[in-house]
Design a protein around this ligand. Structure first.
Ligand code: PHE
Length: 496
């Protein structure tokens, strides 16, 4: 029967006795209840043909054991049958030969079908029995629940032959637009229908106010922004304040010289750094003069007990504009501002922003990326303070195992690479770089001699790639990024 003839059949049945319950429909049509509900729903979608009211119903289902009994008879009947065929039988033989004899024997005894002699043999009491258990379970199987008494049903439930299930059935009755005609209702009223008057006789589909709307278009945060937000939260929780990092273009002075990075240092080469051609030089014509001279002196002659690098420091080199290669350039600016204050106050600063390097691009390197940087300035800070604060910081990311490896930066001494144990990869991976800023960097700024600055930096992309399971950074940033992945990526929640 095709779908439409089946629907018409249902309409006919409802037409001849309305309301009609869906479970009755199922048995009349020899269909499963679920299938009937499907057809009722498609009738419902065709206008006002039918009206449907849900009816919570209790129903019964045979367990596997119950099914077994409808096929093979009850256990007690099996015991009776065996004795009937074999005559007086020793009880142990009954137990071993008849399936489920343990229950079967005691029930057969209780029913007065068999009895046990003094010599432990079993004999019949009655010749003919009525296997009521099977008969009743057969009725249940035929869904004639009402023909089985409540006591019996409860007894079978206890014997685990039967279970109670609750289910919603539906009473189907004739709707306002009931007919045996399945013409598809119109979904729209057209100008033509109004003109030729056909609207008067047409069926119209009801509005479906339960339909889900089209999701409105909206903005989506890029995974990097979500991860950045989590790192910001960690810093803010730890009492750090955010530095202003809005200048991507920086002079070589702040990016390198102020950080005691000599002018011949290979990083200051066009191979590693993007220099600007226009404007080639910084417009900060007037670097703070005293500071400039102190920086020049510490590079070329040495100062504050340092030998310096002993070369001719050139202002022209310092003026060259570049795209900042690290946010530490910006930290230097902030420390200089701090030193200008009349009275030094300890600070905790952080920043998360973009930096640029003339890198060979590959699956994990881009020419622009983000750095997360934290620093603390206070009297008498030690390497122990740095290690302590790093443990604090990383524990907020759910990372509790750290290792440090001596490293070199022109502006920090000592310097340490930071490694953390990645339980998923089960290996140590490098996560950042850190150190204590050198006196050659801090003293020219005018910070009090006993003030130390501890600092660390890491990339934002790396934790974001790990968090969002990107193997290639170009799936995260750049023209190849799938917008759908941006739309669908979950919010970022770092394990804490
Ligand atoms: N500036 C360093 C880098 O680019 C990171 C760093 C910051 C190292 C602060 C030490 C102290 O890798």
């Amino acid at each position: 029967m095709d779908e439409d003839s089946l629907l018409i059949k249902i309409l006919e049945l409802v037409g001849s006795s309305s309301p009609l319950n869906s479970s009755l429909l199922a048995s009349k049509l020899s269909l499963t209840h679920n299938a009937v509900i499907g057809h009722i729903n498609s009738l419902k979608s065709r206008g006002d043909l039918i009206e449907v009211t849900p009816v919570p119903t209790q129903s019964w289902e045979l367990t596997d054991e119950g099914e077994y009994i409808t096929k093979n008879g009850s256990y007690e009947a099996a015991v009776h049958q065996y004795i009937k065929q074999n005559g007086s039988t020793p009880l142990p033989e009954v137990m071993s030969k008849v399936p489920n004899a343990k229950i079967g024997f005691s029930k057969a005894m209780a029913n007065g079908w068999v009895k046990k002699e003094k010599d432990n043999s079993v004999i019949l009491v009655v010749d003919e029995i009525n296997d009521e258990v099977k008969a009743n379970l057969d009725l249940i199987k035929a869904k004639k629940y009402d023909n089985v008494s409540v006591e019996k049903k409860n007894e079978f439930k206890k014997r685990k032959l039967l279970k109670e299930v609750s289910l919603t059935t539906f009473d189907v009755s004739k709707g306002k637009g009931f007919s045996l005609n399945l013409e598809k209702p119109e979904t729209e009223l057209t100008a033509e229908m109004i003109e030729d008057g056909s609207w008067k006789t047409k069926q119209f589909k009801n509005y479906n106010f339960d339909a889900l709307g089209v999701p409105p278009t909206r903005g989506h945060l890029h995974p990097l922004l979500k991860v950045r937000d989590e790192f910001r939260k960690i810093f803010l929780e730890m009492g750090f304040s955010e530095m202003n990092t809005r200048n991507y273009i920086e002079s070589s002075f702040w990016n390198f010289d102020a950080l005691f990075q000599p002018q011949q240092h290979p990083a200051r080469d066009a191979h590693d750094t993007f220099f600007l051609t226009n404007p080639k030089e910084t417009s900060e014509k007037n670097f703070p003069e005293k500071y400039l001279n102190d920086v020049k002196k510490v590079h070329s002659e040495g100062n504050y007990g340092s030998q310096g690098y002993k070369y001719n420091w050139s202002i022209d080199e310092a003026k060259k504009n570049l795209l900042r290669t690290h946010t530490t350039a910006n930290s230097a600016r902030h420390l200089f501002e701090l030193a200008k204050q009349e009275k030094f106050v300890p600070v905790k600063y952080f920043s998360i922003d973009k930096v640029f390097r003339n890198e060979t691009l590959d699956a994990t390197h881009l020419a622009e990326f983000h750095q997360i940087e934290g620093l603390m300035a206070d009297y008498d800070l030690t390497l122990g303070d740095l290690i302590g604060v790093l443990y604090d910081f990383f524990s907020k990311l759910g990372i509790t195992q750290l290792q440090f490896k001596p490293a070199y930066n022109p502006y920090t001494e000592p310097s340490m690479e930071i490694f953390c144990h990645h339980p998923g990869l089960n290996k140590w991976i490098e996560v950042g770089n850190s150190g204590m800023f050198r006196p050659e960097m801090l003293l020219p700024m005018g910070l009090p001699p006993k003030v130390n600055v501890i600092a660390w930096g890491l990339s934002l992309e790396r934790p974001a790639m790990i968090k969002y399971k990107f193997n290639n950074i170009r799936d995260l940033v750049g023209p190849k990024v799938q917008l759908s992945s941006i739309y669908e990526n979950p919010i970022c929640q770092l394990d804490k």
